[in-house]
Design a protein around this ligand. Structure first.
Ligand SMILES: [Zn+2]
Length: 215
């Protein structure tokens, strides 16, 4: 099995508490072995257990912190936005619409329409999404295809430090629906083939990418 991000052959095998992972020394990507990927229905059930609603003031504050830190400084008001992986309730979209942004939502479980693929956007957000993706490079390619030149892709996913001991005891690893884990090196490796430049990586979780025009 090759690394799903950079294609390097035969990533290192990490066995942690009855779960198998592959760590790629070339790009730092860690992926859960496919035999442990969640069943689709179990995955949906797990997402429905999240209490990420507009009525949850802590969740709303968490999203506001992300927007203030890594969205509003880059994306001008009234921009068009796609929220990729919006979850059962589009809370982020609601906040942004209230602020004057024009927002579409996509989620394979909860908003599966694909009309976004025929449109283009000033920005795409994916908040706590990439750790769930079995093919993050393929999804990033699809997202990049619908972003205008000089537009932004804004991700929130927790980055690891490539240290096996720390990874082993990391709570983020233990969520049964988290299958892909990135380090800063992985983000840099992912960005290159799609012409994305890294504008900012903050708080080990907030990633701002900008689509450069193809010359
Ligand atoms: Zn790799």
């Amino acid at each position: 099995m090759n690394c799903a991000v950079c294609g390097r052959e035969d990533p290192e095998k990490w066995n942690i508490k009855n779960r198998k992972y592959r760590y790629c020394p070339a790009c730092g990507f860690i992926q859960l072995a496919p035999e442990h990927f969640p069943e689709r229905q179990a995955e949906k059930t797990r997402y429905l257990q999240h209490t990420n609603t507009a009525a949850d003031s802590r969740y709303v504050a968490y999203l506001q912190d992300f927007l203030t830190s890594s969205f509003y400084p880059y994306v001008p008001g009234s921009s068009t936005v796609l929220d990729f992986g919006c979850g059962p309730e589009p809370v982020l979209a609601g906040i942004l619409q209230h602020e004057g942004f024009s927002v579409d939502c996509y989620d394979p479980f909860f908003a599966p329409g694909l009309s976004w693929k025929t449109k283009t956007y000033d920005a795409v957000t994916a908040v706590e999404v990439f750790e769930h993706l079995q093919n993050p490079a393929g999804e990033l390619e699809a997202i990049t295809a619908v972003v205008h030149d000089n537009g932004y892709i804004l991700l929130r996913t927790m980055l690891h430090t490539e240290k096996k001991d720390a990874f082993s005891s990391w709570w983020y690893r233990e969520d049964s629906t988290h299958v892909s884990f990135f380090s800063e090196r992985t983000i840099r490796t992912l960005a290159v083939p799609f012409g994305l430049s890294i504008i900012s990586i903050k708080n080990r979780c907030e990633i701002v990418l900008k689509k450069q025009p193809r010359s």
